[in-house]
Design a protein around this ligand. Sequence first.
Ligand SMILES: Cc1cc2nc3c(=O)[nH]c(=O)nc-3n(C[C@H](O)[C@H](O)[C@H](O)COP(=O)(O)O)c2cc1C
Length: 273
Amino acid sequence: MFAMLRSGQVPVGSFGGSCGNAPVLSFRATRQNWRRVFIVMRTQKEGNHAPQMDPLRFARLAAEEQLRQASGFFQVMSTRRTVRSFSPEPVPFELIETAIKAATTAPSGANQQPWRFVVVSNPEVKRQMREAAEAEEKEFYHRRAPREWLEALQPLGTDWHKPFLEIAPYLIVIFRLDYGLSRDAEGQEIKTKHYYVMESVGIAAGILLTALHMAGLATLTHTPSPMGFLGKILNRPKNEKPYLLIPAGYPSADAAVPRISKRPLAEVLEVVS
Ligand SMILES: Cc1cc2nc3c(=O)[nH]c(=O)nc-3n(C[C@H](O)[C@H](O)[C@H](O)COP(=O)(O)O)c2cc1C
């Protein structure tokens, strides 16, 4: 493989594909700035066009072990609930960090991993987040929310008060990166398109919630509406958009959850055989 780089350009990523025996062009360019078009040309000489591959690490389980693990996982997951009442009891940061590490194993479009996780434990920052979230939520519940939305929320008993944002020891904010942002050697901005961002970040968020649950912690999947204030308070770059706000910790001793149920499998599963 050889790359043609203009002096001063920094390769930060590329995409491309093969097409028979033809050379492959990989490119990333912004419309606004063709000056910074970045071209990588791969020759199709034998042995140097294929991506590097590793043997898959895969442990084949005995059939009964497969079912045991699948059932055990279902049992554990069926005890996960959204918690809105937290204890201020501290949580080892390592638990949060390890759960985020698990989330980063998620599949993502073109392996672009278009996520950032910001963990907040600072009381003053949490206070600011609560204040901003409650201001938005007050508007939402009193003015912005359509009647149908409020009706859908009614069984959950939620309102604009968000004390858990100050009480939970950790607030994990997931940001989605709709595009990558870097700078070339001259300090010019380089944007890289990201693919399937919503799907990718959703999967990572699901793994995070699962990992925190498996670590014996309670979580709330929170989406104060709208969430723009999170980027400002946490001083995030312009390509990061708030995706979810997840308070995590131990539930309060008197935590209660709405009596709701999951749809039966027969309603949500169709088998085509
Ligand atoms: C994308 C998403 C956004 C949510 N936003 C909120 C929220 O802003 N506030 C809240 O109290 N719960 C929120 N929830 C939690 C849901 O209300 C909860 O998952 C649902 O009622 C089912 O309850 P369970 O998680 O205990 O099974 C959200 C859940 C999801 C998946």
